[in-house]
Design a protein around this ligand. Structure first.
Ligand SMILES: Nc1ncnc2c1ncn2[C@@H]1O[C@H](COP(=O)(O)OP(=O)(O)OP(=O)(O)O)[C@@H](O)[C@H]1O
Ligand SMILES: [Mg+2]
Length: 393
């Protein structure tokens, strides 16, 4: 007999991860050995869409059929700046009207929730392959402060993906639960900073043993690792424009390649002092194409990120204020989300709460998925599983 599996999904701006409680233990789903599936969809003119790593690689060759960071426009009003920014980065037309946002792909019209459904559907497929039966139930996380229509849009997306959503959980709370369970039970004030690909969520949580009570939460829904990548790409493109008069934004393929390579450089800079960004046939000058080969160092990069760090600081301070706490009263700042691996981010949080209070999750990029998976236990998938107690926000 096949057992009924409930999956916990962190549907992220850049990456999606999911897991299930199997015999009371968290198992993260693996796509070709990777627990992190890029939230990227490639729509060929005919046939089924590709989702994940292979779709992400298509950005380098066929960006006009690739959709990434769709979460940024889900449930967002068509006239919002987020939609304008998203449209500017796409190699296809994005129509906005009374009916909302519509992606005009060569394969046909596509509303944002359809793209989300492709990602969620892929996760369901991986789960079904892993567990050998139908998977129809899920707990899904969402930002602490989602856009106005996000919830409904996400539920629609899940329905298209044949998933019944048993619970929607706040991302930082899920992340906090994953972290809290690994530490010794304690009474403490915890600031959970979830710096992901597209949003920066901060939650003030009081932990009392296994009980977590959210006290305040605040977010910048348009601040994430994607912006760090773009800031680097803008910096490089600005230099090329000043020196060579070529605007790299003019060619969507080149621009996408540059952003893609900057994302790699950013990751390298988490552990190295310098990182190289090299790209063939990057720009045209004097009638011929030229390759790009630059080395970025941390001081230059930190300078480019300064405005983004100011925004991140404002979110942290506002959360602390809303909680009625002072920064020195915080016992632990728990950093989750892939962008919390950026040393500049760790430095920023340390400068606010004290560097000795900063804890970066070793599973920063999957902490939210771990928390969502733990919460599936509330839905009877594995009776008797050890559960954290979660107060209502
Ligand atoms: N080692 C690393 N160093 C720097 N950045 C990293 C590293 N690993 C991942 N990232 C960045 O983390 C981001 C993805 O993080 P995460 O998976 O937590 O986001 P998400 O859940 O998709 O987004 P969101 O929570 O905003 O919806 C990407 O911008 C990625 O480039
Ligand atoms: Mg996330």
């Amino acid at each position: 007999m096949t057992r009924e599996v409930v999956i916990g999904i962190d549907f992220g701006t850049s990456c999606t991860s999911a897991g299930a409680l199997i015999d009371g233990r968290v198992e993260l789903l693996q796509d070709a050995g990777d627990p992190v599936v890029p939230s990227v969809v490639y729509y060929p003119d005919r046939g089924a869409p590709e989702v994940g790593r292979t779709a992400a690689l298509r950005q380098l060759t066929d960006p006009s059929r690739v959709i990434r960071s769709i979460k940024r426009v889900i449930g967002v009003p068509a006239e919002s700046p987020a939609v304008r920014r998203f449209a500017a980065s796409c190699g296809f037309r994005v129509e906005t009207g009374s009916g909302g946002v519509m992606l005009k792909l060569r394969s046909g019209d596509c509303p944002p929730e359809q793209v989300a459904a492709s990602v969620l559907g892929r996760i369901r497929e991986i789960a079904e392959r892993s567990y050998g039966g139908q998977v129809r139930k899920a707990v899904i996380t969402m930002s602490a402060q989602p856009p106005p229509q996000y919830r409904e849009a996400l539920l629609r997306a899940a329905r298209i993906a044949h998933l019944d959503v048993l619970e929607l959980v706040s991302e930082p709370i899920a992340g906090g639960l994953a972290l809290g369970l690994h530490g010794a039970p304690a009474d403490r004030k915890v600031l959970v900073c979830d710096f992901g690909g597209g949003t920066f969520d901060v939650s003030a949580i009081v932990q009392s043993g296994m009980k977590f009570t959210p006290v305040a939460t605040f977010a910048d829904p348009y601040l994430g690792g994607d912006d760090l990548d773009e800031a680097l790409a803008e910096g490089i493109a600005g230099t090329i424009f000043r020196q060579r008069g070529y605007d790299m934004h003019r060619d969507i393929t080149r621009w996408n390649q540059l952003v893609y390579r900057c994302e790699h450089a950013k990751r390298q800079l988490s552990t190295q002092e310098t990182a190289r960004v090299a790209m063939r046939e990057a720009y045209v000058h004097g009638g011929t194409t030229h390759d790009l080969d630059v080395t970025l160092d941390r001081p230059w990069v930190w300078g480019k990120w300064a405005p983004l760090m100011e925004r991140a600081e404002a979110v942290i301070r506002e959360t602390i204020k809303r909680a009625g706490w002072s920064a020195i009263a915080i016992d632990m700042a728990a950093l989750i989300g892939g962008t919390s691996l950026v040393p500049r981010v760790q430095h920023l949080v340390g400068s606010i709460v004290g560097s000795d209070r900063v804890r970066v999750s070793p599973h920063a990029d999957v902490a939210v998925a771990l928390g969502a998976t733990l919460l599936t236990a509330r839905h009877g998938a594995t009776p008797g599983a050890r559960l954290p107690v979660l107060d209502a926000a």
